[in-house]
Design a protein around this ligand. Structure first.
Ligand SMILES: [Fe+2]
Ligand SMILES: [Fe+2]
Length: 329
C-alpha cells in the first residue's frame, strides 16, 4: 500500500496569511516558459508540472474551525445523500493516482501525480473531520485495493473527476447563493473545490501531452482504452456496474448524485438547464486564472453546451428569477 507523504509545502506552518496567499496563487498562475506551449513539448510538460507544484495550497484539515450549526442545519447536513460516495470516491481516487504515479519513470509527472494522490487523501481527511464533528453516520467503507490496471484506473479516475468537478462547481455556487448552510461551512470547501479544478486542468494537460508523444499504433491503443474508460464510467453512472467496491446504497447515490445534490444544497427549485448553465459559468470562472496557453478540459463543457443549446429549443416553462435559478411555486 502507498504512504501518502506530505509535500514540502505542507510541512511549513499553514498560517492564515500563507493560506490566503496560496488561495490567490491557486487562482492566478502563469508559466515562466516563453512562447506557445505546444502540446507534447518539453516546455508544455515543464509548465504542467510547475502549475501543479506552484499552485499547491497548504491548508490543514485538522485546524479547520467547523461552525456550530442550528438543529435544522445539522439535520439537513446529516441527511445530505452524498457523504458515503464522497468519502469512498476520495479513497479510491488517492489510490488510483498513487498507483499510476508509482509506475512512472518520468520523475516530474511522478511527483505531480503523487501530489494529486496526497491531495485526494487530504480531501478524505477533510470529510473525515466533518463527519466526526457533525455526527454523520457513514456506511462501512469497502477495502481500498490498488488497481490491477494502473493506466485504466488513472483514466477512469481522471475522467470521473472531470465530470464530478464540473457539477460540483455549479452545486457549490448554488450552495453559496442559497444560504441553506452557514457561509463559514460552505467556505470550508472552497480550497477543496478549487483543488479539484486544478486536478482536472492537470489531467486535461497530461492527456494532451501524452497523446502528442504516442506513435500512431500506441495512439490507437490509447484511444481505444479511453473509449472503454468512458463506457465503464457510463456503466457506473447508470448503476449497471454494481460491484466496483461499493455497496448498493452507495451505487444508487452515485447514479443520482447531481440531482440529489441540487435538491439538497438549496431551498429553491433549480431547473436542469439552469443548473447546467451555472456549472458552465463556474467552470469558466474557476479555470480563467490559469495560464491560457495550457489546455482546458473540453469534453464535459462541450457536452454541456450542446445540452444548453438543445434546452433552448425545449418548449418548457421558464420561471427565471434573474439569478439563473427558477423559483419554486
Ligand atoms: Fe478529491
Ligand atoms: Fe481530485
Amino acid at each position: 500500500m502507498f504512504r501518502f507523504v506530505p509535500p514540502e509545502g505542507a510541512k511549513q506552518p499553514a498560517t492564515l496569511s500563507i493560506v490566503e496567499a496560496a488561495n490567490r496563487t491557486a487562482r492566478h498562475w502563469t508559466s515562466v516558459e516563453a512562447g506557445p506551449l505546444a502540446p507534447g513539448s518539453a516546455a508544455h510538460k515543464r509548465a504542467i508540472c510547475a502549475m501543479f507544484q506552484e499552485t499547491f495550497n497548504p491548508y490543514r484539515p485538522s485546524v479547520i474551525a467547523w461552525p456550530t450549526l442550528s438543529p435544522d442545519e445539522l439535520r439537513r447536513l446529516q441527511s445530505l445523500p452524498i457523504w458515503d460516495i464522497a468519502v469512498q470516491t476520495e479513497g479510491r481516487a488517492r489510490l488510483s493516482f498513487a498507483a499510476y504515479a508509482d509506475g512512472l519513470e518520468d520523475q516530474a509527472f511522478r511527483r505531480a501525480i503523487m501530489l494529486n494522490a496526497w491531495e485526494e487523501h487530504r480531501h478524505k481527511e477533510v470529510l473525515g473531520h466533518l463527519v466526526r464533528t457533525y455526527g454523520i453516520e457513514l456506511a462501512e467503507e469497502p477495502p481500498y485495493l490498488p488497481p490491477r490496471d494502473r493506466e485504466f484506473a488513472f483514466l477512469v479516475t481522471g475522467y470521473s473527476e472531470s465530470i464530478d468537478s464540473f457539477f460540483a462547481f455549479g452545486l457549490f455556487d448554488l450552495a453559496k447563493q442559497a444560504s441553506f448552510f452557514p457561509a463559514e461551512l460552505v467556505e470550508t470547501f472552497e480550497p477543496v473545490i478549487q483543488e479539484e479544478c486544478r486536478h482536472i486542468l492537470f489531467f486535461a494537460n497530461w492527456l494532451a501531452w501524452h497523446r502528442a508523444n504516442l506513435n500512431w499504433w500506441r495512439r490507437i491503443r490509447f484511444e481505444l482504452r479511453v473509449a472503454v474508460a468512458w463506457v465503464y464510467i457510463a456503466g457506473l453512472r447508470v448503476g449497471l456496474a454494481r460491484s466496483v467496491g461499493t455497496n448498493r446504497k452507495t451505487t444508487r447515490e452515485e447514479s443520482n448524485f447531481t440531482v440529489n445534490g441540487a435538491q439538497a444544497v438549496t431551498s429553491v427549485e433549480v431547473g436542469f438547464f439552469d443548473l447546467i448553465k451555472i456549472c458552465l459559468q463556474e467552470n469558466d470562472r474557476r479555470l480563467a486564472g490559469y495560464d491560457s496557453r495550457l489546455c482546458r478540459p473540453t469534453r464535459i463543457p462541450a457536452l454541456a453546451r450542446c445540452v444548453v443549446a438543445v434546452g433552448k429549443l425545449w418548449p418548457g416553462k421558464k420561471r427565471n428569477n434573474g439569478s439563473g435559478i427558477s423559483a419554486s411555486g
